[in-house]
Design a protein around this ligand. Structure first.
Ligand code: KG4
Ligand code: ZN
Length: 409
């Protein structure tokens, strides 16, 4: 099955082409192309993602990104143009009514190429920013209409789960994931533990009661004067900190003095002892706020301590995430543990969960980590999740497709 996939839930415009086979029992994927255009630099100026700016950028970029995805996968064919009567401009006008710039590019580009040999168009319908999601959905509807191909509605978080089955290097990965599986999904909007009995059968067993872990990193970074997105900044500072020898001097302090004498920079591990699988990260953010306030009152140069504070913020989050994931895997007898979402790029989280799985489960439980490149939002993961639906005959009716900002797994 050939799947064209579209992802526009947040600040990445992405189109991918996948070849998939094996059905639900043994799915495997060949990522032929996975073009991701990040808007992160644009949003960084505003300190976070601006929904209407994201919408505008998706509109402007979907056609160029589609063109690249088709070219790279060998599905681009301009020798044989589309027949004009198939274009149905009146219907297209209403499908892309709210995306005039996209409509203009669509009408210019699509008739110049031969409809690609695809079996389905997969698109993210949520969770995410609704203005951004709508652009991708309407684009998918328009393509489905002119190419006469069925559509598949994909939950973005299911995409993050399935990302661990894909390989960056565009090769087929034929892997039987053992069920039940526990997935730890960590991103800017989500922190949840899901129990997976089979593909398509997901149950959230725990989630954050307030901030998502990525959101917490982003907010803490902002308090420390670090740019958006804060997660990678905190990770980088923490990594530097670990490299310093104990006698290394930052400002007036050696690392040893900082740790032992200077301040109590220990942060809480929120809800680490709770009996459930829920999380809470707003307390961590507040603790950082008070810590910084206290340091300011004592006229301490916070810049000197930033790497150390970042290390502590990161470790606090990693401690809670790893412990609860292992606990859930034990309780549910998980044969697999899957990590997904933007924060799954965090090197310490990856290293420490790897260590914990090796220590706690020896050979009974496999750990699936997505390649770092596929932790960020991308359409390949949406195509892979879309295949799991398509192979089951689970197609979406275009008129019923709508953006669902808070869609649950
Ligand atoms: O999944 P994602 O790309 O978008 C959402 O759906 O939210 O996740 C973005 C989040 C941001 O909060 C970002 O700070 C965080 O993932 N992030 C990281 C790292 N890379 C991205 N957090 C910690 N360490 C990283 N290396
Ligand atoms: Zn995401």
């Amino acid at each position: 099955m050939n799947i064209l996939a579209i992802e526009t839930s947040c600040d990445e415009t992405s189109v991918a082409m996948l070849k998939a086979k094996g059905g639900l029992k043994n799915p495997s994927f060949d990522v032929l192309s996975n073009i991701v255009l990040s808007q992160v630099k644009l949003h960084a100026e505003w300190g976070g993602v601006v929904p209407n700016l994201a919408k505008r950028e998706h509109q402007a970029n979907l056609i160029p990104v589609l063109k690249k995805a088709l070219e790279k996968s060998g599905f681009y064919n301009e020798k044989q143009k589309m027949k004009n009567e198939k274009l149905q401009p009146e219907i297209l006008n209403s499908v892309l009514e709210r995306e005039p710039e996209l409509l203009e590019q669509f009408l210019k580009f699509i008739p110049t190429i031969k409809p690609p040999r695809i079996d389905a168009i997969a698109v993210t319908i949520g969770p995410g920013l609704e203005p951004a999601l709508w652009v991708g959905i309407n684009f998918a509807k328009a393509l489905s209409l002119v190419w006469n191909k069925p559509m598949v509605a994909v939950n973005h978080m299911e995409g993050h789960i399935v990302a661990s089955l894909l390989k960056e290097k565009m090769k087929m990965k034929n892997e039987k994931v053992g069920f039940p599986a526990i997935a730890l999904l960590v991103s800017g909007g989500h922190t949840e533990l899901a129990l997976i009995k089979n593909w398509g059968d997901y149950k959230i067993i725990g989630e954050t009661r307030d901030d998502a872990v990525g959101e917490c990193f982003d907010k803490c970074a902002r308090m420390l004067g670090l740019p958006y997105p804060g997660g990678p900044q905190i990770a980088r500072q923490a990594e530097n900190y670990k490299k310093y020898p104990l006698t290394f001097r930052m400002g007036g302090w050696t690392r040893r003095e900082m740790e032992k004498e200077a301040f109590n920079l220990k942060l809480p591990r929120p809800m680490i002892d709770s009996k459930d699988y829920d999380f809470s990260f707003s307390g961590l953010k507040t603790a950082v706020l008070y810590m910084l306030k206290d340091m300011k009152e004592r006229h301490v140069n916070i810049g000197d301590f930033t790497p150390m504070i970042c290390n502590e913020i990161q470790q606090s989050a990693v401690d809670v995430l790893v412990l609860k994931t292992i606990k859930a895997a034990k309780e549910f007898g998980a044969k697999s543990i899957i990590l997904g979402g933007g924060v799954a790029a965090n090197k310490e989280l990856r290293a420490q969960i790897k260590k914990a799985v090796a220590r706690e489960f020896a050979k009974t439980t496999a750990l699936y980590l997505p390649s770092t490149k596929l932790t960020t939002d991308n359409a390949a993961m949406i195509g892979a999740a879309g295949y799991l639906h398509a192979t089951n005959g689970d197609f979406a009716k275009p008129e019923k497709m709508a953006a669902k900002g808070n869609l649950l797994l």
